[in-house]
Design a protein around this ligand. Sequence first.
Ligand SMILES: Cc1cc2nc3c(=O)[nH]c(=O)nc-3n(C[C@H](O)[C@H](O)[C@H](O)COP(=O)(O)OP(=O)(O)OC[C@H]3O[C@@H](n4cnc5c(N)ncnc54)[C@H](O)[C@@H]3O)c2cc1C
Length: 389
Amino acid sequence: MPDSIDPLDFIDVDHLLSEEERAIRGTVRDFVHERVLPGIEEWFENAEFPREIAAELGKLGLLGMHLTGYDCAGASAVSYGLACMELEAGDSGFRSFVSVQGSLAMFPIWKYGSEEQKLEWLPPMAVGEVIGCFGLTEPDFGSDPTNMRTAARRVGADWILNGTKMWITNGGIADLAVVWAQTDEGIRGFLVPHGTPGFSTKDIHHKLSLRASVTSELILDEVRLPADSVLPGATGMKGPLSCLSEARFGIVWGAMGAARACFECALEYAKTRVQFGKPIGAFQLTQEKLANMLVELNKGTLLALHLGRMKDEGRVRPEHISLGKLNNVREALGIAREARTILGASGVTLEYPIIRHINNLESVLTYEGTSEIHTLILGQALTGLRAFD
Ligand SMILES: Cc1cc2nc3c(=O)[nH]c(=O)nc-3n(C[C@H](O)[C@H](O)[C@H](O)COP(=O)(O)OP(=O)(O)OC[C@H]3O[C@@H](n4cnc5c(N)ncnc54)[C@H](O)[C@@H]3O)c2cc1C
């Protein structure tokens, strides 16, 4: 039994991790302290993602870390989740970068690509030399991507792509876009390198959320691609949905990282801020807030670990991940907002991490399937009845 209770690991979840998992978690935590936290206020304020960090994340083995072969780290799902948790305790923008690179850009190549595509793209992506993005959402098709307008038609052996993708993380800095498009055979994935004639990007400005992350529009105007730019193994929505499931798994963990950072900050503040002659942490109302935050943080972390173990055993289903994403993002936002109240006015400045996490989590609530869509997925799993349309 530990001598004292660690407020940040109240029920000793650490005990459930292997030595290797704890080591990976520790490495990422140190990286976040050394490389993310010192710069994050400025990057968030200036709305910039420090591109040079991609190579550092690659050096740590965090890009495509749960994939095997092709210079990827081949780590377990739990290790990948722990890395996401630590990164998002720094900022959701960094976890988003790693999620998009590994789960949305590398995963479809790894899972559905030809051997030549894998050999060409995965090794440089694993070291952060090549940055990827994932183009599914369109201006008129967000929650309902099945009806997307972007289309690819065959001209001889080549493909011609036309369409617009919207809200694409890493779009403007990507060397390679994985673009999903309608074809005669159903929806298929295409590898579109930066610089291909007819392909351009436009960054989206004035975001008040995920500011330390590049979000862009992708414009495809008669983009001609060779026959071997299509991912041979994926036809239909199964392809992009399986990538989303991978990325959502990272969010289940990441959201608890953001929540933990807010809890830690609020707890510290409650012990030192004095009002009415005593620390505000001595008031019952503040203690109730902290206790409620603690309970949800621990439940969410256990849920993430449970889903991670299921994933490592090959037993996790997309519906399980929906349950995790729905709960953990919702509860992380609840924890972050409660933490903000404990800081009073100080809670709205960038000098403390909380308002930044709240704003980031608003995007996390929406992307990779909104909370409403995950609710409908669970409703369908329970009743067998589809309520989307
Ligand atoms: C910062 C950021 C980064 C992103 N990165 C990417 C990326 O890298 N790649 C990518 O492809 N996309 C990305 N997205 C897009 C994201 O996946 C979409 O925003 C999301 O799928 C929702 O689509 P939408 O915004 O068009 O909202 P809509 O689909 O228009 O939904 C609006 C509202 O209606 C609700 N709604 C929709 N349908 C139903 C229904 N059947 N029943 C009940 N309610 C419903 C939604 O839940 C939501 O509340 C990103 C978004 C953001 C904000």
